[in-house]
Ligand binder design. Structure first.
Ligand SMILES: Cc1ncc(COP(=O)(O)O)c(C=O)c1O
Length: 453
C-alpha cells in the first residue's frame, strides 16, 4: 500500500480577527507604543509557528508569505539545528561580547562572514543588535576613517529609524515626520526604479537609459551643484528596495554606480538587512548585480529567526580607532553561534530558492496579464513585489485595492505584508516547498479576484 502524503493546507475556523485576537489587539493598542500598526493593519495575532505555517490565537492556520519581513528565512519556530546550538551555548556561555574580553565565538562568525562576502580584499566585522545599528556603524565608520562628511542615499530607501539611519531613509514621509533635524550631510537621489521614475523612462525596455540618467544625476547635478565628490564618504543603497516596494533596479546599475564611486574614492555601502542571506537565491543580493561593495550591513535573518544580531562587514583599511564605537550585546557568544549555523543552513537552501524563482516569475506574470489592477511584478529568488494601480497608463496608486488584497489573502489563510505605496511583498521562508508555494499563489489570485470584484 502506498503512503498517503498529508498535504498541509490553511484552515480558517473563524474570520480574523476572532474573539481572542480582538481582545489582544485591543490590549496591544492600549499598552504598546507601536511603530508600524495603523488602522489598516492586518488583524493577525500569532500564537505559534511551524515550518512555513502560522497559527493565530483563535486556531486559524495560515501559510506565511512574509517571513516576518525576512527574519524567519528558515521558518518557524526555530530550525532544529539552531535549537541544538542554542542548548549547547546555554550550557556553555550565553553572553560574552568581544568588547572588553575576547571570545572564540565572535571570531569564527567574523571569519565566516568575511570569507563568504563579496570582495577579494581584507575585511573586518563590527557586531551589533539590529539593522539600524549596522547602518549607524557604517555611517560612523565612514566619517571616522575618511574625513569626508557627506552621504548619498536613494529615494525609496529604508535604512532604519534611529537618527543616523533615519537620515538616509526616504521611503515614507511618516518615518521622518516631526523628527527634524536629521543628521546633516545626506543627499537623496532617484533610484533606478524601472516602473516608476522621475523621467518616465520604461526601465524594462530601456535599462541603460535609466541607468545613465541616475548616474548623470549624481555626477552632474549633485557633484557639480551641491557637493564636491571629494567630500562624499559613501553611497548607501539596498540592492533591491524592500520597504520602498521590492523594487529591482536594472541588472547593470551597480556596476555603473561602482565605476562612479571608484572614480571619486567614494565607498559603496550595501544594505543587505532585508534582502541578504539567501532571499534572492544568492547569499548577498548584490551578487545578482556583479558589483562589489566596500561595506555590507546585515541583520534580520542573521539571527536565525529569533536572536537580535547585526553585522557591518567592511574593508579593513577603514576601521575604528580603539574605543571609538562599541555596544554591550552585539554578537555575543550565543548570537554568534546561532548566526554561524544560520549562514551554514542558508547555504543549503539556496538551490531551493533558485528552483522556486521560476515558479514565482511564471505565476506572478500571469497575474499581471489577467488583472489590469496589477501594474507591475518584479523580483528575484523569493523576493517579489506586486504593485497595484488604478490605471495602467497613469499608474495612479491603488492603495485601497492593495489593502483589500492583503485582507482577502488573510481571510483565505495567507499572511502577506504591504510595502511601497500600493505594493505587496512576497517573501516566504526559504524552506518553502513547491506544493506550499503553489497553495500560496493560488490564494493570492483568489484574493486579487475578491478584491477587484
Ligand atoms: C533594508 C533595511 N535596512 C535597515 C533596516 C532596519 O533594521 P532594524 O529594524 O533591525 O533596525 C531594515 C528594517 O526593515 C531594512 O529593511
Amino acid at each position: 500500500m502506498g503512503v498517503i502524503m498529508k498535504i498541509d493546507k490553511p484552515e480558517i475556523v473563524v474570520e480574523p480577527p476572532g474573539p481572542k485576537a480582538k481582545k489582544i489587539i485591543e490590549m496591544h493598542s492600549n499598552l504598546i507604543a507601536t511603530t508600524t500598526h495603523d488602522p489598516e493593519s492586518l488583524p493577525l495575532v500569532i500564537e505559534r509557528g511551524e515550518g512555513v505555517w502560522l497559527y493565530d490565537v483563535d486556531g486559524n492556520k495560515y501559510l506565511d508569505f512574509s517571513s516576518s519581513i525576512s527574519v524567519s528565512n528558515l521558518g518557524y519556530p526555530t530550525h532544529p539545528e539552531i535549537k541544538k546550538v542554542v542548548i549547547e551555548m546555554l550550557d556553555k556561555l550565553a553572553h560574552a561580547a568581544g568588547t572588553d574580553f575576547y571570545n572564540p565565538y565572535q571570531v569564527v562568525l567574523a571569519e565566516k562572514l568575511v570569507s563568504i562576502s563579496p570582495g577579494n580584499f581584507k575585511k573586518k566585522v563590527f557586531f551589533c543588535n539590529s539593522g539600524t545599528e549596522a547602518i549607524e556603524a557604517a555611517m560612523k565608520l565612514l566619517r571616522h576613517s575618511t574625513n569626508r562628511k557627506y552621504f548619498i542615499a536613494f529615494i525609496g530607501a529604508f535604512h532604519g529609524r534611529t537618527m543616523g539611519s533615519l537620515s538616509l531613509t526616504a521611503s515614507k514621509p511618516i518615518h521622518r515626520k516631526g523628527y527634524m533635524p536629521m543628521v546633516e550631510g545626506v543627499i537623496h537621489v532617484p533610484f533606478p526604479n524601472p516602473y516608476r521614475n522621475p523621467w518616465g523612462i520604461d526601465g524594462y525596455e530601456h535599462p541603460d537609459e535609466l541607468i545613465n540618467r541616475v548616474i548623470d544625476y549624481i555626477d552632474y547635478w549633485v557633484f557639480q551643484h551641491i557637493v564636491s565628490p571629494d567630500e562624499v564618504a559613501g553611497i548607501f543603497f539596498e540592492p533591491i528596495q524592500g520597504e520602498g516596494g521590492y523594487v529591482v533596479p536594472p541588472k547593470n546599475f551597480f556596476v555603473e554606480l561602482s565605476k562612479l564611486a571608484k572614480n571619486y574614492g567614494i565607498m559603496l555601502v550595501d544594505d543587505e538587512v532585508q534582502m541578504g542571506l539567501g532571499r534572492t537565491g544568492k547569499m548577498f543580493a548584490i551578487e545578482n548585480f556583479n558589483a562589489v561593495p566596500d561595506i555590507i550591513a546585515l541583520a534580520k535573518a542573521l539571527g536565525g529567526g529569533f536572536i537580535p544580531i547585526g553585522a557591518t562587514i567592511f574593508r579593513s583599511e577603514l576601521d575604528f580607532k580603539p574605543g571609538a564605537h562599541s555596544n554591550t550585546f552585539g554578537g555575543h557568544a550565543l548570537a554568534s553561534m546561532v548566526a554561524l549555523k544560520t549562514v551554514e543552513l542558508v547555504e543549503k537552501y539556496l538551490p531551493n530558492v533558485n528552483k522556486l524563482e521560476k515558479l514565482f516569475r511564471e505565476k506572478l506574470s500571469t497575474l499581471k496579464e489577467k488583472y489590469p489592477v496589477v501594474g507591475d511584478v518584479r523580483g528575484i529568488g523569493l523576493a517579489w513585489g506586486i504593485e497595484f494601480v488604478k490605471d495602467r497608463k497613469t499608474k495612479e496608486h491603488d492603495v485601497k485595492t492593495r489593502n483589500r488584497v492583503l485582507y482577502e489573502a488573510l481571510k483565505n489563510g495567507l499572511a502577506l505584508l504591504g510595502c511601497g505605496k500600493s505594493s505587496i511583498r512576497i517573501a516566504p521562508p526559504l524552506i518553502i516547498s513547491e506544493e506550499e508555494a503553489l497553495i500560496g499563489l493560488e490564494i493570492l489570485e483568489i484574493a486579487i479576484k475578491n478584491a477587484t470584484r
